[in-house]
Design a protein around this ligand. Structure first.
Ligand SMILES: [Zn+2]
Length: 241
């Protein structure tokens, strides 16, 4: 069975960045485990009445569970770190949590944002990229976070991929560049599922126009480390594993 471990910062990152890929993998019998570092408890709620950050965080956790059901995500790990301040969490602690996640669910492929932090360059996206990358390299070594070995065994995933995209159009709202796309997954048959997952994030409707712009028939990734791809550009994260 193909096993994918996703490491993201906010509820809805999984849908925006990778929703079609996840739905496609789930439909083919693959397993998807998601580590979502924050509950997304900062920011606006698209008119949904909210009286506190804690209430928004609780609501977004439920929205994430609904989106995960739609996309076919197998498990959710939600440590509930502060939204917007992920870089202030002790990195050794956060890396340890992701190392544990990798050792517990044993993915073949780990997927996260690149160091630029996705097109939005959100500081939490940049932070989660750094710690996910460190965890990818450390999870297989028994000398790292050795106290975990009472519960879980070391595990080295075969590949680390980052989200990537083609050059933005000159009139694009977000002009961030990514590393070159080395894997382009055709998700045309899963765009309805990706939209349904987005709509499950009801507090994020204010981003709908950006979502629709980003809703394309392919989703791109770049191989950051691990087993080389059989070709320069593939259409499957697991190709050749
Ligand atoms: Zn995000």
């Amino acid at each position: 069975m193909r096993r994918l471990g996703c490491v993201f910062a906010h509820p809805d990152d999984e849908t925006f960045a990778t929703g079609g890929t996840l739905a496609k993998l789930a439909a083919s019998g693959g397993r998807i485990d998601l580590f979502c570092a924050t509950d997304g408890d900062a920011g606006k709620s698209s008119g949904v009445p909210i009286s506190s950050r804690a209430e928004l965080g609780g609501l977004r956790r439920k929205e994430l569970a609904a989106a995960a059901d739609i996309l076919g995500i197998t498990t959710l790990s939600t440590p509930g770190h502060g939204d917007g301040v992920l870089r202030e969490v002790d990195p050794d602690r956060l890396i340890g949590e992701i190392v544990y996640f990798i050792r517990k669910y044993r993915p073949d492929v780990v997927l996260s944002f690149g160091p630029e932090g996705a097109p939005t360059q959100h500081r939490d996206h940049r932070a989660i990229s750094r710690v996910a990358t460190a965890a990818f390299f450390l999870s297989g070594r028994p000398t790292e976070y050795a106290d975990q070995l009472r519960e879980v065994e070391p595990h080295s995933p075969a590949r680390l991929y980052y989200c990537a995209w083609d050059l933005p159009a000159p009139d694009a709202e977000l002009k961030t560049l990514s590393a070159p796309v080395t894997c382009r997954v055709n998700v045309s048959a899963y765009m309805h599922r990706k939209r349904a997952a987005f709509l499950a994030h009801a507090t994020q409707r204010q981003h709908q126009s950006r979502f629709e712009t980003a809703l394309t028939p392919t989703e791109g990734y770049t191989l950051a480390s691990g087993t080389p791809q059989p070709r320069a550009v593939t259409d499957d994260l697991f190709d050749g594993l």
